[in-house]
Design a protein around this ligand. Structure first.
Ligand code: FES
Length: 112
């Protein structure tokens, strides 16, 4: 897994969704209840830009059809039977980093 430093991260004391690029991926960096999360910026339902959505009860809500996804696990809301990709976030002295696994990382890990 490769870690990418994210610039200009807002303070997490206020909720925010910031669209960033890391490892060639479009990612939503989300600050919610003083914790940072990272999900894909593309909705798995029909491709909406999740950075234009909102957060409610530790879920990111798609701006198009209001599907919801758990910020930690990526699991879709009840009855959706889908998920959004999530990424690890590491807050270090030198900044905030998001980890992106390569195809080969996933192969080695068996797509866990
Ligand atoms: S495009 Fe996101 S819920 Fe439909």
């Amino acid at each position: 897994m490769k870690w990418y430093k994210i610039e200009d991260v807002p303070a997490a004391d206020q909720p925010f969704i910031k669209k960033v690029k890391a490892g060639g991926k479009s990612i939503c960096l989300v600050g919610f209840e003083e914790k940072l999360y990272a999900t894909s910026a593309k909705c798995p339902h029909a491709g909406a830009d999740m950075s234009e959505g909102l957060c409610v009860r530790k879920m990111i809500v798609c701006p198009y059809h209001r599907y919801t996804y758990d910020l930690e696990t990526g699991k879709g809301g009840e009855g959706q039977n889908d998920f959004i990709e999530t990424y690890p976030v590491d807050v270090r002295e030198e900044g905030v980093f998001v980890g992106v696994a390569s195809f080969w990382d996933k192969m080695r890990g068996g797509f866990k």
